[in-house]
Design a binder for this molecule. Structure first.
Ligand code: DON
Length: 569
C-alpha cells in the first residue's frame, strides 16, 4: 500500500532507504476506542491488542517499547533510552526520563587526544560511545506507577515476536544489507541481523538470544537486565571492546520522574519533555515566538510563514547550544527560557524583509549538540489517557555492538554530549559547559514527545525521530493542525524543512515549497540545502466528534492501528 507514496527512494545519513513523498492519502486511521501509532506494523498491532484486552495507554506503551526493541532494532531498544510524557484522562500530567547516563568512569575529555583534539568517531563508533542503558528501568518504573496489567504479560508479545520471528519490511531488508559489513566488523559473533544471503522483504528475522533476555526481564523486571546473566554479558562485551560501563553503573542506573514543561499557544496547552531534553523548551520557545503573527492567514510554507519560522528557529537553536543540559548537573533556566517577554525580546532583531545571518545571532543572555535514528510512538486509550514516547539508540543501530548472549544493540548516545566546546556532533549541533561530559550525567537530547490539550481535554499526541530536526518537525506538525487546519495524517504527510542556527541554512525536503517561494526566500538572504526526508512523525488527533485520527508517517513503515468500541448488543 505504502508503495503509492514512493516517489523518491533516498538514502539518509544512516544509509537507510526511505521515501520522500507527496502522499495522496490525507486521512489516517480513524477509530473511537483507542489508537496506537508506531514505526512498525507489528508493534502497533501489539499495542492495540493490549488496549482491546482492557490495558490502559501505559500498558500499551510498555508492550510497544519491548516490541519495538524486537521488530524495529535500528531504534527501538533495550540498550538505549528515552522519554515518555503522560497525560491521564483527568488532565494530570507526568514525565519519565530514562535517558542513558554517562558511566561513572566517564570524564570530560574522554573523546580527546593528548593535544585536546577530538579523536574522530570515538564518540560514535566505539564501545565507549555507549551510555548506561535506561529503557528497561524506565519501563519498569512507568509500569509501576501507571500500569494496570501484570508486567510480564506486556513483555510476552515481544518474547514471542523475537522467538518466532516476523517478516522484515523492504526498508529493513535494505538496512540490514547495507549495514552487514559494519555489524561483522564490530561484533566477534555475527548477530541475527547478518545472514549469508541478502535480506529481502518478507524474510523472517528470529532473535533467540533477545527472546531469552526479554524472558528474564518478564520474570524479574529491571533486575533481569541490570543484574545477573544479562549484566554479565554486557560487562564482558564492554571489556572485550574497551568500553567503560561497569556492573556498578548498571545497578545504579535510575530513571527520573520529571515535571513536564508546559505552556500555552493560543487556546491550546502544550505539555512536553523537560530537560535533559531540549525538546519541550525549544518547542515552547518556537511557538511563543510565532504566536503574535497571523500564520493561518499567511498560509503553509509560504515566503512569510517560512521566513518567520526559520528566524525563530535560528534563535532557539542558539539558546539550546548554551543554556541546556542535564538539570541534575546544570542549572537550566527553564522558566526564563520560555518567558513571554524574553521570547519577544529575542525576536526584536527580526525583520520581515531580511534573514538575520546566524553569525549575528548569539545565544540569549541567560541556554550543545546531537543526531538520526530514534523512534516515536503515540498512544491513546478508551479513557483518553495518552502516552507520547520517544526512544533512541542515537544513530541508527547505535554503535552496532550486539551484546553476545543477550542479542540487543547498544546505544552510542555519548555523542549527544558536547565532547569539546563548539565541536559539532554527528548532526551538526554544538554545545558547551551545560552539556559537557561528567560521570553519571545525562546527555542533552532533542526528543520532543508532546501532548496538547484544548479546553481541558486531550487534543493531540505527537513526536518524531530525527536528531536536531525533531524539534522543528514537531513544531511544523503542530502548526499544520492548529494554524493550517490540516487533519492528522495530512499534517504528518506535509513536506518539512529545518533550520538550526548553525549551519545557517534551511534544509528542506524536495517538495517543501511551491514554485517561486524558495527563490523569494533566497532574495531576502536565506540559503537552502536539500534533504530527501526529515523525521517520521507518529501522532494522534482527537476529532471534534471525539473519535481519534492516527497520523502514521509514510516516510517509513509507520502504522496506525485503532479499534472501535464494540456496539452494545
Ligand atoms: O536524543 C537525541 O536528541 C538524539 N540522540 C536523537 C537521535 C535521533 O533522533 C536519530 N533519529 N532519527
Amino acid at each position: 500500500m505504502k508503495t503509492i507514496f514512493r516517489f523518491f527512494l533516498i538514502i539518509i545519513i544512516s544509509g537507510y532507504p526511505t521515501v520522500s513523498c507527496v502522499p495522496d492519502v490525507t486521512t489516517g486511521e480513524i477509530a473511537d476506542g483507542g489508537m496506537v501509532v508506531t514505526a512498525h506494523p507489528e508493534a502497533s498491532s501489539i499495542g492495540v491488542e493490549v488496549l482491546q484486552k482492557g490495558g490502559n495507554a501505559v500498558d500499551a506503551a510498555v508492550a510497544v517499547e519491548f516490541a519495538l526493541a524486537v521488530c524495529y532494532p535500528r531504534a527501538g531498544n533495550i540498550g538505549g533510552g528515552g522519554f515518555v510524557v503522560y497525560r491521564n484522562s483527568n488532565g494530570a500530567v507526568d514525565a519519565i526520563d530514562y535517558r542513558e547516563m554517562a558511566p561513572a568512569n566517564a570524564h570530560r575529555d574522554m573523546f580527546l587526544d593528548e593535544d585536546g583534539e577530538v579523536i574522530e568517531n570515538l564518540s560514535i563508533n566505539s564501545h565507549k560511545a555507549s551510555g548506561v542503558p535506561g529503557t528497561v528501568a524506565g519501563m519498569a518504573e512507568l509500569h509501576g506507577r501507571y500500569g494496570s496489567m501484570p508486567f510480564h504479560t506486556l513483555v510476552e508479545p515481544a518474547i514471542k515476536l523475537a522467538l518466532h520471528g516476523f517478516p522484515v519490511t523492504e526498508n529493513q531488508a535494505s538496512a540490514f544489507n547495507s549495514n552487514r559489513e559494519r555489524f561483522l566488523e564490530v561484533n566477534a559473533v555475527p548477530p541475527a541481523f547478518v545472514k549469508d544471503t541478502p535480506w529481502t522483504e518478507g524474510d523472517t528475522l528470529v532473535q533467540t538470544e533477545l527472546a531469552h533476555t526479554l524472558q528474564l526481564i518478564a520474570e524479574k523486571g529491571r533486575d533481569g537486565f541490570y543484574k545477573g546473566e544479562v549484566a554479565d554479558y554486557i560487562i564482558k562485551e564492554m571489556e572485550r571492546g574497551g568500553g567503560i560501563i561497569t556492573h556498578d553503573d548498571l545497578e545504579n542506573y535510575r530513571p527520573v520522574w520529571r515535571k513536564p514543561v508546559t505552556g500555552k499557544y493560543r487556546d491550546y496547552r502544550v505539555i512536553s519533555m523537560s530537560p535533559p531534553s531540549s525538546g519541550g523548551i525549544a518547542l515552547l520557545q518556537l511557538l511563543g515566538k510565532v504566536e503574535p503573527y497571523p500564520l493561518s492567514e499567511w498560509g503553509h510554507n509560504t515566503v512569510r510563514t517560512t521566513h518567520l519560522m526559520a528566524e525563530a528557529e535560528r534563535r532557539v537553536y542558539a539558546d539550546r547550544s548554551e543554556h541546556l543540559g542535564d538539570p541534575d548537573f546544570y542549572p537550566v533556566p527553564v522558566e526564563q527560557l520560555i518567558d513571554r517577554d524574553y521570547l519577544l525580546e529575542r525576536m526584536s532583531s527580526f525583520s520581515m524583509d531580511a534573514a538575520t545571518p546566524s553569525e549575528d545571532v548569539s545565544p540569549g543572555e541567560i541556554a550543545y549538540r546531537e543526531s538520526e535514528e530514534t523512534t516515536h510512538y503515540s498512544i491513546v486509550d478508551s479513557e483518553r489517557n495518552a502516552v507520547a514516547g520517544t526512544v533512541t539508540l542515537n544513530r541508527s543501530f547505535g554503535n552496532f555492538v550486539v551484546v553476545p548472549g543477550a542479542g540487543f544493540i547498544m546505544n552510542n548516545e555519548m555523542d549527544d554530549f558536547s565532547i569539546k566546546p563548539g565541536y559539532p556532533n554527528m548532526f551538526g549541533l554544538i554545545g558547551g559547559e551545560a552539556n559537557a561530559i561528567e560521570p553519571r550525567k545525562r546527555m542533552l537530547s532533542s526528543m520532543t514527545p508532546t501532548i496538547l490539550e484544548k479546553d481541558g481535554d486531550l487534543f493531540m499526541v505527537v513526536g518524531t525521530p530525527g536528531g536536531s530536526t525533531i524539534i522543528t518537525s514537531v513544531f511544523q506538525t503542530v502548526l499544520n493542525v492548529l494554524e493550517h487546519k490540516m487533519g492528522m495524517q495530512e499534517a504528518v504527510n506535509a513536506p518539512r524543512w529545518h533550520h538550526q542556527w548553525l549551519p545557517d541554512v534551511i534544509s528542506a525536503e524536495p517538495d517543501a515549497f511551491k514554485p517561486g517561494v524558495r527563490e523569494e526566500l533566497e532574495i531576502i538572504g536565506h540559503r537552502f540545502s536539500e534533504r530527501l526526508s526529515i523525521g517520521r512523525v507518529d501522532a494522534i488527533l482527537v476529532l471534534p466528534d471525539g473519535r481519534l485520527e492516527g497520523g502514521a508517517d509514510p516516510r517509513g513503515d509507520d502504522t496506525a492501528r485503532g479499534y472501535n468500541v464494540p456496539d452494545p448488543l
